[in-house]
Design a protein around this ligand. Structure first.
Ligand SMILES: [Zn+2]
Length: 279
């Protein structure tokens, strides 16, 4: 859906051939979908988006979608928005932007929004569509969460201890959510961790997690060849993360478990039981 909306924003076109988006769709599923279900199968979203009622797939002679048959789809099949939806999109310039943000907010943490928008094909200048009200609510909430979490962890990364400052102000330390806001996670310290920018990104992408005993875990799917990657990531495996100062509670178990289950790329999430052993 995001790919099609990006093409619509850029070109005004709403007809997209499967062949045109196949590679991008495959890459995005590979990178952002954690479940093994449908991994590497771009034909599924292309076909099944039809069940939402505003998208249809048709063949070169107007045939119905061949379903998940990838070789047939490659052969001239296109997808397009249905006419009624197209009328709505064209008559309300803010609609596509609101949709983009609703999709992002309901599926991904804020830290990944910008990179996803760029990867699906939005220009930087297309990106500010949020309504004033939702913007204000989420800004206030996020600012308070950040302040509380940084205070609890004394503005230090709970994984590596990074605590850089510039002119006295903390720089490069962020408040990460364990359970994502998009999935009902709250904005309390018990759902947060102070992490440096890099560890925050790796945490949200499932490369790093904490166990219910608060030990740092590194995904077997993570790799990095340099000494820096080893020092900054691989070497953290098995260390205990820093705890918040005494007046705060540590992360709640249910939030830790949600991150492990839903974000962390653990060995058991590899598709079809293809388990990789660690070198
Ligand atoms: Zn760090």
């Amino acid at each position: 859906m995001l790919i099609v909306l990006a093409i619509f924003q850029r070109t005004g076109s709403v007809t997209v051939s499967f062949a045109e988006v196949e590679v991008l769709l495959r890459t995005l599923i590979e990178e952002y979908s954690k479940t093994s279900k449908g991994r590497g199968r771009p034909e599924f979203p292309f076909h099944y988006l039809q069940s939402d009622g505003f998208w249809r797939v048709k063949g070169p002679n107007g045939e119905d979608s061949p379903g998940g048959m990838v070789s047939a789809l490659r052969d001239g099949y296109v997808g397009e928005f249905i006419d009624e939806f197209l009328v709505d999109l064209r008559s309300d310039p803010a609609l596509s932007g609101s949709l983009v943000h609703a999709i992002l907010d309901n599926n991904f943490p804020k830290s990944l929004h910008d990179e996803i928008l760029l990867k699906v094909g939005f220009d930087n200048q297309d990106i500010s569509f949020e309504t004033v009200v939702t913007q204000r609510i989420s800004r206030v909430r996020e600012a308070q969460f950040r302040e509380d979490v940084l205070d609890a962890y004394e503005s230090k990364c709970a994984f590596c201890g990074y605590d850089g400052r510039i002119g006295g102000a903390s720089v490069g330390v962020e408040a990460a959510h364990l359970k994502w806001h998009a999935f009902g996670g709250d904005a309390n310290v018990t759902n947060g961790l102070a992490l440096c920018t890099m560890h925050h990104k790796l945490f949200d992408r499932g490369a790093i997690a904490v166990s219910i005993e608060y030990e740092i875990m590194i995904s077997p799917q993570y790799s990095g060849a340099s000494e820096a990657s080893f020092q900054m990531v691989t070497a953290l495996a098995g260390r205990e993360m820093s705890q918040p100062k005494s007046q705060y509670q540590p992360p709640m178990q249910k939030n830790v478990e949600w991150h492990l289950r839903s974000v962390f790329r653990a060995p058991s999430t590899l598709s079809n039981g293809r388990k990789k052993s660690r070198p």
